[in-house]
Design a protein around this ligand. Structure first.
Ligand code: RBV
Length: 425
C-alpha cells in the first residue's frame, strides 16, 4: 500500500500510468463534461471552495474530479463502496497530487477511515453517492456543518435517505438531488445500469444469457434497464415488485410478474435492484435450483441476505473473481457474485463513460450552483433541492450536439397553439 499522511492512501502508485490512460479514454468519451471543463476553467467559479467527495473511484469519476479542479476547487476524495475503486485510476489521481484515500477491497472500518481523511480538508462543499459522507459530517463532525455551504447527492438511495432526514428536520445544510435530474435518472439509472449490470454478470460468470430465466427484483429505473437489456439478449425475464403500477408496467412491457417466492424456484440468474433490504432471504435460497446465480445492483449490499445464505450452507469456495460457490446441505450449489455488492461496479467498470458524461455534468453544474448561491450571499433552507429544468435541457442539448444530432424547434405559431385553450376540434 502506498501512503502519504494527509495526502493519499492507494494500493500501488506504480499503476499511475495505466490509470492515466484509462482516464484519457474516459475523457475522449465524455464530451459534455469536457466542454464544461474548458468553459469554467476560464471563470474559476469554484475558486476558494474545498470539496470533499465520496463517489466510486472510476475513470469517469476522475474526469469529474479533474473538471472540479480545473474550475478552481481544492478536492479530497474517497470511494463510496468497498469494491468499486479502480486501483490504477486511484494511483493516477494520487500521483497527480489529489488528496485521495481509496483502494479496491477495503473493509468497512477502512472505508470510514478514508472518509475521515477527506474531511481533514475542512470542506465547504460535499459531493456524495449514497450519503455516507454527509452522514459522517452530521453524526461525527457537527463542527464542520456551519462552514459547509451545501452538498450534492448522486444516487436514488442517497436522495431517499436525505429527503427522510430533511422531513425530520435533521438535515443541517442544503443538498441538490443530482439523481433526480431527467438527464441523470432517465439515462444513467436505466441504460447505464442495464449495460453495466449485464457486463458485471458476464465478467464474473461468462454464462450465456439467452434462454435463461432471469429474475429482476424491482422495476424502478434501474430494474427496468436491467430487464430490458436481459430481454434483448434472449433471456426470459421475470419481475418481482411491491408497487402495483410498476408491476403493471412490467407486465405490459412483456415481462412475467410474480412473487419472489415463486420466482425463486424458476430463476437461473437473480438481480436485485430495489433499494430495500432482505429481498432474497433464507426461504428463497432453500427453493432455488442447483446452479442459481445471484447478485445485486442496488447501492447497498443488504438486498440479498448473505447472513441467511452463510447460515444454511456448509461450504463456500471462490470459483473465480467475484464469484463464490455456496453448497446447500443437499448438495445444490448457489453462486453469489461480488459478495452481494453492486455487481456493475465490483465486477465490471460501472456505467459507460458516455452516460456518466451527463450524470457528472449535473454534478459539476450543481456544485457550481451551490458556490454561486454562497457567493450571492443567499442561504437556502436545509432541504433537498431539484436541479433546475433548464439545466436538464441544456445538458441534453449539449449531449445531442456532441453526437451530431439536430432537432426541430417550435415555431412561434406552434407555441401559441399549445397555449391556446380556446382551440378545439
Ligand atoms: N455510477 N458511477 C459509475 N462509472 O463512475 N457507474 C455508476 C462510474 C454511479 C451511478 O450514477 C449510480 O447512481 C451510483 O453509481 C450508485 O452508487
Amino acid at each position: 500500500m502506498d501512503y502519504k499522511e494527509g495526502q493519499y492512501k492507494v494500493r500501488d502508485l506504480s499503476l499511475a500510468d495505466e490509470g492515466r490512460m484509462r482516464i484519457e479514454w474516459a475523457e475522449s468519451r465524455m464530451p459534455v463534461l469536457m466542454a464544461l471543463r474548458r468553459k469554467y476553467a476560464e471563470t474559476q467559479p469554484l475558486k476558494g471552495y474545498r470539496i470533499a467527495g465520496c463517489l466510486h473511484v472510476t475513470k469517469e469519476t476522475a474526469v469529474l474530479i479533474r473538471t472540479l479542479q480545473a474550475a478552481g476547487a481544492e478536492v479530497s476524495w474517497s470511494g463510496c463502496n468497498p469494491l468499486s475503486t479502480n486501483d490504477a485510476v486511484a494511483a493516477a489521481l494520487a500521483a497527480d497530487g489529489l488528496q485521495i484515500f481509496a483502494w479496491h477491497g477495503l473493509n468497512v472500518e477502512e472505508f470510514y477511515w478514508c472518509i475521515e481523511q477527506t474531511l481533514l480538508i475542512k470542506p465547504n462543499l460535499t459531493l456524495d453517492d449514497g450519503a455516507d459522507l454527509i452522514f459522517s459530517v452530521h453524526n461525527k463532525h457537527p463542527e464542520l456543518v456551519d462552514t459547509i455551504v451545501g452538498g450534492t447527492e448522486e444516487t436514488t438511495t442517497g436522495v431517499h435517505r436525505l429527503r427522510a432526514m430533511a422531513d425530520d428536520g435533521a438535515l443541517k445544510y442544503p443538498v441538490i438531488a443530482v439523481n433526480d435530474a431527467e438527464t441523470k435518472w432517465d439515462f444513467d439509472n436505466v441504460y447505464g445500469t442495464g449495460q453495466s449490470t449485464l457486463d458485471g454478470i458476464i465478467r464474473a460468470t461468462s454464462v450465456m444469457l439467452a434462454g435463461k430465466n432471469f429474475v429482476v427484483a424491482g422495476y424502478g429505473h434501474c430494474g427496468k434497464g436491467v430487464a430490458m437489456r436481459a430481454k434483448g439478449m434472449g433471456a426470459n425475464v421475470i419481475i418481482t415488485e411491491v408497487k402495483p403500477t410498476a408491476a403493471l408496467k412490467a407486465t405490459l412491457e412483456g415481462m412475467r410478474v410474480m412473487e419472489m417466492d415463486d420466482a425463486a424456484k424458476l430463476g437461473d440468474i437473480f438481480v436485485t435492484a430495489t433499494g430495500v433490504k432482505d429481498v432474497i432471504t433464507r426461504s428463497h435460497f432453500e427453493s432455488m435450483k442447483d446452479g442459481a446465480i445471484i447478485c445485486n445492483t442496488g447501492h447497498y449490499d443488504c438486498e440479498i441476505n448473505i447472513g441467511d445464505l452463510e447460515t444454511i450452507t456448509s461450504n463456500k469456495r471462490t470459483i473465480r473473481d467475484n464469484n463464490e460457490e455456496y453448497v446447500m446441505p443437499d448438495g445444490r450449489k448457489i453462486y453469489l457474485l461480488a459478495q452481494g455488492r453492486l455487481i456493475n461496479l465490483s465486477a465490471a467498470e460501472g456505467h459507460p463513460s458516455e452516460v456518466m458524461d451527463m450524470s457528472f455534468a449535473n454534478q459539476f453544474m450543481s456544485q457550481i450552483r451551490l458556490a454561486g448561491m454562497d457567493k450571492s450571499g443567499d442561504r437556502w433552507e436545509n432541504k433537498v433541492y431539484d436541479i433546475p429544468a433548464e439545466q436538464d435541457q441544456e445538458i441534453a442539448r449539449l449531449k445531442l450536439d456532441t453526437m451530431g444530432l439536430n432537432i426541430d424547434e417550435l415555431t412561434p405559431e406552434q407555441v401559441e397553439y399549445m397555449d391556446d385553450y380556446s382551440a378545439g376540434t
